[in-house]
Design a protein around this ligand. Sequence first.
Ligand code: PXP
Length: 250
Amino acid sequence: METSAHGTSPLIELGINIDHVATLRQARRTFEPDPVVAAALAEQGGADGITFHLREDRRHIQERDVELLMATVTVKTNMEFGCAQEIVDIACKAAPTWGLLVPEHREEVTTEGGLDVAADQGRVAAAIQQLKEHNILVSLFIDADPHQVEAAAKLGADAVELHTGPYALATRDAVSLELKRLTEAGQVTTELGMRLHAGHGLNYTNVRPVARIPDMIELNIGHSVMSRAMMVGMREAVAEMRRIIDVCCP
Ligand code: PXP
């Protein structure tokens, strides 16, 4: 068994969310940058999974991306979506490794809050059933609340992805409080036989304590890695354009 640097636990799987690459492309409605190419590069960098969110409003990922990602990604695919029937049908046709159910509101900038599994059982249960009929593993994005974890287990989820947004936004004493919430919800998750995933707002400085939560299996990270990619690539990208222009000048 491979081990992590901090003990004998297995290495944590890193899912890379490539939505923001599509956000940049859609800002110009052009062909670049292509999230499918970004996914291939993320794989080369060591991603264990590629996460993409097909929103009802198609603000970033398009159906064309879903089709090409499914045809080219060689690691796990984690397709994120709300419970709208149209999107659940597309997911069933695409058949990703994981279907990650999230709440979705048109006005939101990003996913806000976890699914209220306990209150929205009908729609969530119907989506889970349909996904399972297509042999798609189901993960539910929920707040670090034992009641939500229990409701997820009752509906037969294979995993929960704990919402780390409140932890990422916390300051001072609230940080350890949020970490405690995540740890306790994580414990209930594994006791109930589900895989423990987490994500949202994780970055290069706040990820370590979450990676050390017992039984953590997978972290899904997007914004921070995309931001960093832009910065570490900036110098080379500008130098390349400089070289092209320079050879045009005698
Ligand atoms: N997990 C879920 C369910 C998300 O909606 C998102 C954001 O798209 C992420 C993880 C990744 O969050 P971030 O982009 O803040 O790393």
